[in-house]
Design a protein around this ligand. Structure first.
Ligand SMILES: [Zn+2]
Length: 104
């Protein structure tokens, strides 16, 4: 048994059959029935994609456990290098200043 929901289109006010999908459109005016939900879902999808691209080694469920551990380790190392390099520069800068003060 399939359950049909009816929703009042927020744009044209007609009652239309709604499949509870975020990208359902009104057959009368062609607007999204739940625009805020669609926008939210779209933003979430784009954020997830950006996050996946940010991770150098994307961990897939199809990977073997050892591969997942290996990728996780490399990702941690990569982020460690990303945040560690400025720290090294600050330390070297501080050492140069200290060295200068000791010599003079
Ligand atoms: Zn409509």
């Amino acid at each position: 048994m399939s359950q049909l929901n009816e929703i009042k289109c927020p744009h044209c006010g007609h009652w239309v059959v709604w499949n509870c999908r975020v990208d359902d459109k009104c057959p009368d005016c062609g607007e999204y029935l739940e625009e805020h939900r669609f926008v939210h879902a779209e933003q979430k999808r784009m954020a997830d994609e950006a996050k996946q691209k940010d991770d150098y080694f994307v961990i897939k469920d199809s990977d073997e456990t050892i591969t997942q551990i290996y990728k996780t380790f490399l990702n941690i190392f990569r982020w460690g290098a990303f945040y560690g390099i400025p720290v090294v520069f600050i330390i070297v800068g501080a050492l140069v200043v200290i060295y200068g003060l000791v010599i003079l």
